[in-house]
Design a protein around this ligand. Sequence first.
Ligand code: ADP
Length: 490
Amino acid sequence: FTRQCRNMHLLKKEAYVDGKWIKANNNAVFSVLNPADESVIADIPDMNDADAINAIEAASKSFKTWKNTTAKERSHILRNWFNLCEKHSGDLAQIITAESGKPLAEAKSEITYGNSFLEWFADTARHINGEIIPSPWPNKQILLTRQPIGVVSVITPWNFPFAMITRKVGALMAAGCTCVIKPAEDTPLSALAAASLAEQAGVPKGVINVVTSSRKNAPSVGKVMCEHEKVGCISFTGSTVVGKILYGMAANGIKRVALELGGNAPFIVFPSADIDHALDQAMLAKFRNNGQACIGANRFLIHQDVYDKFVDGFKAKIRQKCVLGPGIKEGVTCGPLVNTAHVNKVADFVDDAVSKGAKVVVGGKFAKNLGRNFYESTLLVDVKPDMKLYNDEIFGPVAACLKFSNEEEVVKIANSTRSGLAAYVFTKDLGQSFRMSKNLEFGMIAINDGILSAAEPAFGGIKESGIGREGSKHGAEEYTDIKYTLMSGL
Ligand code: ADP
C-alpha cells in the first residue's frame, strides 16, 4: 500500500512556496511514515526558519494583488478547488489513510467534510458585507467595511490532515488573505496534495505556501510564523500546550489569533434518554478516528438509574463494531494511532487509571500482533477525578465512564475542567435540554447527537479550548479587520 501511494501523481515530495515546488534551503529532509507498518512513504523537505521567512515574503507579495481580486473571482477559484478535490478524492483518501492511519472510509468522509468548507467559503466569499450606521451627526455617514488581515500563518494537526487545512484556508482566501501553512510533521502529504490541487484550480502563486518541517524544526519555524512583521494572524489547531506557546509569541506583535485547542468533552446520559440511540452516538463520539479528535467524548457521565444498562450496551457495541487493523483493509473501523509516542501516552492514561482503581471492561492493552501503534478499543468504569484521563484529553480509543445522581451534580462535574470545546447531552426532557445548553461551559453543545461538525455551524471553544470560530459566516470574518470610515461634509 505504501508503495502504491509513492507512485501517485498527487503525492508530492517537495514543499510549495511562491508557486514553486522546492527543497529546503539546506536540502534537509525527514521521513513520513505509515503508522500501520512504519514503512517510509516519502522523504520530504525539512525546512527551517529561513525557508519560513521566504514563504512569508511570498505570501506578503501575493497579498498585494489577491486582496484586490473581487469576491466573485475568489469564489470561482475556491469552487474550482472544491471540484478538483472531489474529482481526486480517491487518491487523496489513500494519502490520508497512508500517513494518518485512519480507515479508508473515514478518510473519504474527511474529504467530504473538509471539502464542504471550500464549497461553503466559495459562497461565503460573496457575503462578507460591511455596514452603514446612522450617524449621531448631521451631514455625516459612518461606514464599516471588512478588509482582509493580510498574511495568515496556518499551523495544523495530524488528526484531520486535509480538513484542518481547508477549514482555515477556505475561510482566509474568501476574506482576501494569503497564507503560509505548516502542516503537522506526521501528515504533511495531505497538505501538499491539497496545495497541488489548489495550484491546478488556479490559485495564484504565493496565495498558498506550504512549509514542511520535522518536529525538531517546528519550534523555530513556528516562532518565525508567529513573530514575523508581515504576518497578521496566526491560525492554529492543536494541543493547548502548543497553543499557549504560540499565543505568547503572537502577543509581542499584537497579532490576531484563531486557536482551536484541546477539549475534554463530557457525554452525559439522563434516564429519559433513548439509550440505544445514545449508545450508537457514543460509538461515533468516541471511536471516530479512533478517538483522535478534539471534540471526541472524553468522560462518559451516566445517570445511576441507567448506568448498568449503558455500560452493558457499550461493551457489546465495542466488541461488535470495533474492528482493529490497517486502515486500508476492508472492514476495519479502527486503525493504528498516529505514532508510537502517542500510543504510549494513551496506554499510560489507562495504566494510571487502573492503578487508581478504574476497572477494564473491554480492551486495556496494546494489540501488539498488529504492530507497535495499535491499541485495543477500551472501556473503563469506576473512573474518578484523580485520574489523568479524567482531567486530560485522552485522544485515543478509551471510553471512561462514571456515575452521577442529579442534574446539578453532573453540570458541576462536566464543567470542572479548564477545557470548554464540545459537550454531548442525551435527554428527552425539553426543559432539561435548554438548561443544559445554557449551563454547560462549552462552545458547542450537541443535544441527542454524537456528531456536530459541518461547514455551516460555528466551530470553536471557550476557556482554554480556544479563541475564535471556524465555519459559518464567522469563520471568514475571523480573517478580516473592521475598518471605520467617517464620510463628513455630505
Ligand atoms: P499534537 O499533540 O496533536 O501533535 P501539537 O499541538 O503538538 O498537537 O501539534 C500541532 C501542530 O503544532 C503541528 O503542526 C506541530 O508541528 C506544531 N507544533 C508543535 N510544537 C510547536 C512549536 N513549538 N511551535 C510551532 N508549532 C509547533
